[in-house]
Unconditional design. Structure first.
Length: 172
């Protein structure tokens, strides 16, 4: 049975999504900790937690996530926390691309998009008006196969009353 056929069952697809979320969060915590060459105890100290809590958070069977805890970990790793809603098609793509490299993130000081004069710049056309081009500084880069490589950028020449326009998931 194809995933599409299985996903027609609402309970199945919800459980599948929740299980992958738990696995991906736990795995990314461990990957980021190892990428920074930290022990669980060292990460716990940085995040103001106990080592046993870090151990529990790195368990793929853990499912009681709180945004507050994830924010503390993001601060400890010196990365932003991104939370959002997606699609089931996107979930399947995320599962296909799930690997250590896809979970690694540089800390602020090592973020290639923020390293001085070598910062990446990109130009994009306006989706509504292809004749209008916007130059932007790339804020983050998610490597992957060409069809899944994405960039997030902040526009320099376009803005709203609330500030610069943030465009996400623009395929390179």
């Amino acid at each position: 049975m194809t995933n599409r056929k299985k996903f027609e069952d609402r309970e199945y697809r919800a459980s599948y999504a929740e299980s992958f979320l738990d696995t991906s969060i736990a795995t990314q915590i461990r990957v980021l900790r190892e990428q920074r060459e930290l022990t669980q105890a060292e990460l716990a100290e940085l995040a103001g937690m106990k080592q046993s809590r870090i151990s529990a958070l790195e368990d793929a069977n853990y499912s009681r996530w709180s945004i507050a805890t994830l924010k503390r970990l993001a601060r400890a790793f010196d990365v932003p926390l991104n939370v959002g809603f997606g699609t089931f098609g996107g979930l399947l793509a995320d599962i296909d691309g799930f690997n250590r490299r896809s979970l690694e993130r540089p800390a602020f000081a090592a973020d290639p998009a923020l390293l001085g004069d070598g910062a990446t710049m990109a130009t994009a056309t306006n989706d509504d008006n292809p004749a209008v081009a916007t130059t932007a500084r790339v804020l983050s880069f998610t490597p992957g196969p060409p069809e899944r490589t994405t960039r997030r950028w902040i526009a320099k020449s376009a803005s709203t009353d609330d500030g610069p326009i943030l465009r996400q998931n623009v395929a390179s």
